[in-house]
Design a protein around this ligand. Structure first.
Ligand code: PMP
Length: 422
């Protein structure tokens, strides 16, 4: 029987000693109050909260767990390295192996730099782009997420206009708005940021038009600016290289993070020879950027990416989940809006502008052992096999049934309404 006694106590204790009890994208403040904030364990496709409830985890730590929690070959590689040495006075020799592995795996990459989080990689990409021709303007698709540094964080508190003075916003998937920005800042554009797909919270997700992708490449070439694909969230989830490779467009710089070490803390900036001189000029570093254990985990993750059918399997799992949910929703008189690629599916309800139906359903799922996010895209892992999808669909069917009884009294979430009003 689901309960959250300990989870509620932990949230109260946390409120006293952690701002808001938790901060950033993993805070549950905007989620229904039943959502657990703290977890005690993870294995395969499952996570356990502090009360001991287990859930099929469709958030996968917001992306990192590509092969499932605790995937043995990667854990063993990490443990072997941990015994040898982790944070030393310089990197382990395996840093070179890892850079070589990335260069052979990702088409545009001639070099790699490693850091910890996605924001490190995107900020470093911005710095390299500006150093490339000593220009300052960065073209940024309005509403896309590139991390939590002052130049890109989505909340205004603590940010001054000067932090964004050289950031110019264009419309994602709109080649004309990109061309206009280049025209307006003729000769001043250092680089263009693009997420590989539109995968923002609260909205239907979608893949970009080829024309936009090709125009971004052409305009960067014509204007000697660098094209930056932010693959932090989607990297290795849509393709075994950069996510725009299947479209036939290679960036100059790509940011990877999240999934590249199946949960171990490491991110990467991968660049082409064109950007090498600029990368050699800038000064960037961090105390933990060169720790060897995450690098060993990343080497094994890349090996698994090359040698297993994880990509096909996660696509299949996502498609099975999507089809099952659509059929159940219809049978219970609901309509879903399922968008984005099946392996990173965004699952919203049709005609649910204040998200109250989705929130109510996510609580019913949660209480039946399925952790589905009500406004962020989900992530599949190799551990989401047929058995897990069947277990999930058995629970979601009951959740739709229960929703029929509660949807009439569902209210919008006040914290969410406050945020969306801004
Ligand atoms: N870029 C994208 C596209 C992301 O999805 C994220 C994380 N959600 C980031 C950058 C920032 O990554 P991190 O939280 O590891 O700094």
């Amino acid at each position: 029987m689901w309960s959250n006694t300990k989870g509620r106590e932990l949230k109260e204790r946390a409120l006293r000693v952690i701002p808001n009890g938790m901060y950033g994208h993993e805070s549950t403040r905007l989620l229904p109050e039943e959502f657990p904030q703290f977890f005690s364990q993870a294995e395969g496709a499952k996570i356990w909260d502090a009360d001991g409830n287990s859930y099929v985890d469709f958030v996968c730590a917001y992306g990192p767990n590509l092969f499932g929690h605790g995937y043995a070959p990667i854990e063993e590689a990490a443990r072997r390295q941990q015994m040898l040495g982790d944070t030393m006075t310089g990197p382990s020799e395996i840093m070179v192996d890892l850079a070589e592995a990335f260069v052979s795996q990702v088409a545009h990459a001639d070099w790699a730099m490693f850091c910890k989080n996605g924001t490190d990689a995107t900020t470093m990409a911005m710095t390299v782009a500006r150093a490339h021709r000593n220009r300052k303007i960065i073209l940024y698709a309005k509403g896309t997420y590139h991390g939590a540094a002052p130049w890109c964080t989505p909340r205004p508190a603590g940010i001054i206009p000067e932090d964004r003075a050289a950031i110019v916003y264009y419309e994602y998937n709109d080649p004309e708005s990109l061309a206009d920005a280049f025209k307006q800042y003729d000769g001043q554009v250092a680089g263009v940021f693009a997420t590989p797909i539109r995968h923002e919270v609260f909205i239907d997700n979608f893949e970009p038009d080829l024309k936009y992708v090709q125009t971004a490449r052409r305009l960067c070439d014509e204007n000697d600016a660098l094209l930056i694909v932010d693959d932090v969230r989607a990297g290795f989830r849509l393709a075994r290289g950069c996510s725009w490779e299947p479209l036939g467009v290679l960036p100059d710089l790509a940011c990877f993070g999240k999934a590249i070490a199946n949960g171990y803390p490491i991110s990467a900036l991968l660049g082409s020879d064109k950007a090498r001189a600029a990368a050699q000029e800038i000064f960037v570093t961090g105390s933990f950027w060169f720790s060897a254990t995450p690098m060993a985990a990343a080497i094994e993750t890349l090996h698994q990416i090359r040698t297993t059918d994880y990509l096909e399997k996660t696509k299949e799992a996502g498609a099975a989940l999507r089809a099952g949910l659509d059929q159940q929703a219809a049978a219970h008189g609901f309509q879903l809006r399922q968008t984005g690629p099946a392996e990173m599916p965004q699952i919203l309800f049709a005609e649910d502008p204040d998200f109250r139906i989705g929130y109510a359903w996510s609580v019913e799922c949660l209480k039946r052992g399925v952790y589905l996010h009500p406004y962020h895209n989900q992530f599949m892992s190799l551990a989401h096999d047929e058995r897990i999808i069947a277990e999930t669909l058995a629970a979601t069917d009951l959740a739709f049934e229960a929703l029929k009884g509660t949807v009439g009294s569902a209210e919008p979430n006040p914290n969410l309404m406050k945020l969306l009003a801004h």
